[in-house]
Design a protein around this ligand. Structure first.
Ligand code: ARG
Ligand code: ZN
Length: 855
């Protein structure tokens, strides 16, 4: 059953308040609801419909009288008066049996919830839609011994043991003064300990902050707490947003389908996205945790105070909040490094989505299961769209528009139209064409040609987009292209300027240039497009050496690496010397940030190369791509043999571990050097590093290098023995082995790992640490035997009845299947068909598989 944006209708009723009582029990929790409804007189003839799924019904009363429920698709209809009335219902649910991890479920003896997008309907009868906002009061009763801590949204009002009952239960009451949709509801109960702190807001209010974890994890909370306080301060300084409750709670949960969730005043996190210690977390983990804590915190205004009218508007909160967390990270760390990281992620995850069968607009127009639309397009392309808007209107106008947005829409459930209107009203700009970024899917192609005559330098642009599912004709979009001009000496003669492309073809001229300038185009990756520019390697080498825009300087190196790889894949050529020479100079330039140089050392991934070949009309050969990638790495190791030991030595960090950008950047560069050194010394340096490592960044990179050199067996065992009791580290141990398998051995290695006692496949982190890596191993996943396709299909079929959401997400491993040759398409197609034909396939997985198959 497909839901369409165009069919939106308001609910027809307004909720004055919601009172919930939970009598917690692992297999038989009672949920008692008391809700005051009144008609929304602007909206007539609505049947009174409440959502509900898998609820054991006990009773339902309207104004004290038991009523009959009429079961309809996804819920119930009830005959109610056309006047205000009280709804009282009692249902029973089974948290322990809830392996889908949606609604109220248990993780290691702890009760927790996940309600976004449509999980609240698994808790009680309710209008489970984001445009119904209400004040909640929640009472939780539970046995004192196992669940001493009981939390919900808002402010804690009351906590006591009720000695009139035997055994005496604990009672906790929470009240949330801010009206909210049900998807922001949360409840947590368990044996938890808090890492506490305080924050004083810009207007002097004191907020109690707590990060709640299982006993034993207390030492992993300090970093998250600092990140939270930094986020609170940053949102005040940059967006003028103050926190609005007396307490803010974060809870770490081991079994969680995604990263984290912004429930009002009670954020719930996948433990991998909040727990951190130097011994167990890498620099990358620390940075990611800081960003996710910020992301969830920022949702308090962009998502919670202003929410979405319906799930089609998901990008309204997600695109904006991703954009805000990226600004935060850029401010806390390095702006160019963050931008490059984000573009890498966009090209790795969003471009393949937008160029394949799962392509959809940033604001989709239809879905079967909304959980399938928490995608790179909605999140990351959604954030790019905000960035373009800011570029087009300028920083001051952006700030004015955001102030207006918060003022005009606080407490409302909004649409993309509301968002765009705010910018139109505060800038007098017509954004009608800009809005296509929200409605048109696919990655636009921009082609540029240069011309130089009579002191005038011109750029001639063309834009076009390929057809995508459901959209054959594309209109030209507004594309901000940041351009600067350099002279022959590498000096900037025209600083960055924004050219606005709005037509299919458009030219821009720069007059008064006595010598031909060199353009630097799409600086800072000013739009999420594919740029086609017919320039040779010497020009790229020039930009690599001279561009004043750090993004485009990095991009020039990236394009050199890419062309080198493509020419060895297609023509068997040796690695390109412009690339090796240019990169060598850069690596030796100690005036450049080590983190930036570390990024320069990277090269396009094998799946990115496959995508580029496919876009150019060439069928990618995974084995050839793998061989060329390895050959380029070896060539770099040879070419830089003399400078690598020095780079490695110069970037060792002494003293106590700090996850800050500066030492992390040095470690990133040293570890990139280590990767190449290992190609030359067979793992000798890596073995020394492994033996001495006193933090996870050094330990893991050393282990990874050893595995690369096929000299890691002993270290792998030692690593397991050291960390067998730490789930998050053992996830890394699984991942690493899959990542380093030889392509032809991948399916066998992975299959062996799934037989390991610690392969707890019902835990999403563990499942992803193995199956996610299988899918990410380009040459191995697409091995001609088809063994990896079959293995992944086996596991998707096994997981689907247990956890549809995590299964459906992993199906995207197959989204590129049509890129490859006929034999591979047959093999992958057969597995997709096998999955599709499973009886009782979940709605989540069946939607994904049918979109991927294109049927
Ligand atoms: N809103 C959460 C976040 O962006 C993610 C929720 C994901 N929900 C889902 N059903 N996939 O932080
Ligand atoms: Zn979010």
């Amino acid at each position: 059953q497909t839901i369409y944006l165009k069919d939106y209708k308001p609910f027809g009723w307004i909720i004055d308040d919601v009172h919930l009582t939970f009598r917690l029990h692992p297999t038989a929790t009672r949920v008692i609801s008391r809700i005051r409804f009144r008609p929304d007189y602007d909206v007539h003839d609505r049947p009174f419909m409440l959502h509900g799924e898998g609820l054991k019904h006990i009773s339902a009363k309207v104004d004290g009288h038991e009523v009959e429920l009429h079961h309809v698709n996804g819920g119930i209809e009830v005959d109610v008066p056309h006047a205000p009335f009280n709804w009282e219902a009692e249902v029973e649910i089974n948290p322990e049996a809830n392996t889908a991890l949606e609604g109220l479920y248990m993780s290691n003896g702890m009760y927790c919830t996940q309600c976004e997008a449509e999980g609240f309907r698994k808790i009680t009868w309710y209008p489970d839609r984001p445009d119904v906002m209400a004040q909640f009061t929640v009472r939780i009763e539970s046995d004192a011994e196992h669940t001493p801590v009981m939390l919900s949204n808002g402010n804690g009002l009351y906590y006591a043991q009720d000695n009139t009952q035997s055994p005496a239960p604990n009672i906790s009451i929470y009240q949330d003064p801010w009206p909210k949709p049900a998807y922001l509801f949360a409840l947590v109960a368990g044996d938890l300990v808090a890492h506490e702190d305080k924050f004083t807001t810009m207007f002097g209010r004191e907020v109690d902050l707590s990060i709640w974890v299982r006993p034993g994890d207390e030492h992993k909370c300090a970093f998250g707490m600092e990140a939270l306080k930094k986020s609170m301060k940053w949102d005040e300084d940059v967006y003028g947003r103050e926190y609005d409750l007396d307490e803010f709670n974060i809870v770490a949960v081991d079994d969680f389908n995604m990263g984290a969730m912004e429930n009002k005043g009670l954020n719930i996190f996948n433990s991998s996205c909040v727990l951190a210690s130097p011994e167990t977390s890498t620099d990358g983990n620390f940075e990611r945790i800081e960003a996710i804590i910020a992301h969830e915190y920022f949702h308090n205004w962009t998502g919670n105070r202003i929410t979405c009218r319906d799930w089609f508007q998901l990008c309204l909160k997600e695109g904006l909040t991703v954009f805000r967390d990226a600004q935060f990270t850029a401010d806390m760390r390095s702006e160019p490094v963050k931008r490059i990281d984000d573009v890498l992620a966009l090209r790795a995850r969003q471009f393949p989505e937008d160029q394949g069968p799962l392509s959809h607009p940033v604001r989709p127009e239809s879905f079967q299961e909304i959980n399938n639309f928490y995608t790179a397009t909605v999140y990351e392309k959604g954030a790019e769209v905000i960035g373009m808007l800011k570029t087009l209107v300028g920083d001051d106008a952006y700030k004015k528009a955001l102030d207006l947005y918060f003022e005009r829409h606080d407490g409302q459930a909004c649409t993309i139209e509301d968002w765009i209107q705010v910018f139109e009203d505060s800038t007098d700009r017509d954004l009608g064409q800009f809005k296509l970024w929200y409605t048109q899917s696919g990655t636009p192609n921009v082609t540029v040609r240069e011309e130089y005559t009579d002191d005038t330098f011109s750029l001639h642009f063309k834009q076009s987009s390929e057809p995508t599912p459901g959209q054959n004709k594309k209109l030209p979009q507004v594309i901000p292209v940041a351009v600067g001009l350099l002279n022959d000496n590498g000096e900037e003669v025209v600083p960055t300027k924004i050219l606005e492309l709005t037509e299919p073809e458009q030219s821009f001229s720069f007059e008064g240039h006595a010598t031909r300038p060199v353009p630097s185009i799409l600086r800072g990756f000013s739009a999420p497009v594919v740029l086609h520019q017919d320039i040779d390697n010497s020009r790229r080498a020039f930009l690599l050496a001279n561009d004043t825009d750090p993004f485009n300087r990095w991009e020039a190196g990236r394009m050199l690496a890419r062309d080198s790889l493509l020419s060895s894949i297609r023509e068997g050529n040796a690695p390109n010397s412009d690339y090796l020479v240019g990169l060598r100079t850069l690596l030796g330039d100690t005036s450049l940030d080590p983190a930036y140089r570390a990024l320069m050392m990277g090269q396009p991934s094998q799946s990115e190369l496959a995508g580029v070949l496919h876009q150019a009309g060439v069928t990618p050969d995974p084995a050839a791509i793998h061989a060329a990638s390895e050959a380029l790495r070896s060539a770099k190791a040879e070419a830089f043999a003399d400078i690598l030991p020095e780079i490695y030595a110069a970037n060792q960090v002494s003293g106590a571990y700090s996850p800050d950008a500066e030492p992390a950047g040095k470690r990133a560069l040293a570890n990139a050097a280590l990767g190449l050194i290992t190609k030359l010394d067979g793992g000798a340096t890596a073995a020394t590093q492994y033996a001495k490592a006193n933090n996870m960044t050094l330990q893991l990179s050393a282990l990874s290098a050893l595995l690369d050199a096929e000299a890691g067996d002993e270290a792998l065992q030692a690593f397991y023995d050291q960390w067998r009791d730490d789930r998050l580290v053992i996830d890394k141990w699984f991942s690493l082995q899959v990542m380093h398998a030889k392509p032809e051995a991948l399916a066998k290695t992975t299959s062996r790992l799934t037989n390991h006692l610690d392969f707890d496949w019902k835990n999403p982190n563990r499942f992803r640490s193995v199956m996610g890596m299988l899918a990410a191993h380009h040459a191995g996943f697409h091995h001609e035997s088809g063994a990896s396709y079959a293995l992944l299909a086996d596991w998707l079929i096994k997981l689907d009845p247990v956890n549809p959401q995590t299964t459906a997400r992993m199906c995207s491993a197959f989204q590129t299947w049509k890129r490859y040759d006929e034999d591979r398409q047959k093999l992958a197609g057969a597995q997709l068909k096998r999955i599709a034909e499973q009886p009782n396939l979940s709605r989540d997985t069946s939607e994904m598989i049918s979109r991927i198959r294109g049927v």
